[in-house]
Design a protein around this ligand. Structure first.
Ligand SMILES: Nc1ncnc2c1ncn2[C@@H]1O[C@H](COP(=O)(O)OP(=O)(O)OP(=O)(O)O)[C@@H](O)[C@H]1O
Length: 220
């Protein structure tokens, strides 16, 4: 499956946020989006998923325009920046709702075994995030949008999540953004930099310095 996000224009109070976005993601690949605070990364993911209206947008799957918001289809899942599972939902209920196998999860995240009957608000912010990421990655959707999956997560779990993303990409198109740029760089098959409302496909990592996303010399 090839997903194309094209021709996005977004304004808030006459301020241009996005104007000249093109992004292509495909099954078997991880597409990373980098960009400084406030450049529009979350807005872009929200527009692609259908949560946010834009002045213009064109979403194509295998070259066919998709007019329905993706969230209304069974094609895509989306991890927002904030917690999205209600405090008073039991963890086992969330796994059932997402159609995700609890035992498989426990094989990878053994320390969570005790939590099956807990409500979400009994977990730490990072533990909660790990479960949310897992559910979004593992549910049966061909397109996955991940907004800051690595923030608030401890290094060992980041490695586990990266391995999981790598595993899931075999059957999914994964679009990911995070400020932990080293993890985005090491995970992604292609990277776009979002700057001044436009996406730029990064051919060479030093472009990230040239476009002043990173300071000169950061990449060594
Ligand atoms: N509902 C809104 N009304 C007005 N402005 C908004 C609204 N939502 C977002 N913005 C503005 O749009 C811009 C892009 O926001 P967005 O959240 O997409 O940035 P981001 O790149 O994800 O930033 P960060 O990395 O800091 O999370 C920001 O300047 C933000 O203030």
């Amino acid at each position: 499956m090839i997903l194309e996000i094209d021709n996005i224009e977004l304004y808030f109070d006459n301020k241009t946020i996005l104007n000249g976005v093109y992004l292509k993601a495909e099954t078997g690949k991880i597409t990373g989006i980098l960009g400084s605070n406030g450049c529009g990364k979350s807005c872009l993911l929200n527009i692609a998923f259908g949560n946010l209206s834009a002045k213009y947008k064109l979403i194509r799957i295998n070259s066919t325009p998709i007019l329905k918001p993706l969230y209304k289809t069974k094609l895509a899942s989306y991890l927002p920046q904030h917690h999205f599972i209600p405090n008073r939902m039991k963890i086992k209920t969330a796994f059932n709702l997402f159609g995700v196998d609890w035992d498989m999860f426990i094989k990878k995240f053994e320390t969570f075994a005790l939590y099956k009957n807990f409500y979400f608000n009994r977990l730490s912010g990072g533990e909660r995030r790990i479960i949310e990421i897992y559910l979004i990655l593992k549910c049966q959707r061909g397109i996955v949008f991940l907004d800051e999956p690595f923030s608030h997560v401890a290094p060992l779990y980041i490695e586990k999540i990266k391995a999981l993303i790598e595993e899931e990409k075999q059957k999914k198109a994964i679009i990911i953004t995070d400020h932990m740029y080293e993890h985005i760089i090491s995970s992604s098959d292609s990277i776009y930099l979002l700057k001044n409302g436009c996406t730029k496909l990064i051919d060479n990592l030093t472009d990230l310095e040239d476009y002043k996303y990173l300071s000169m010399g950061t990449l060594g």
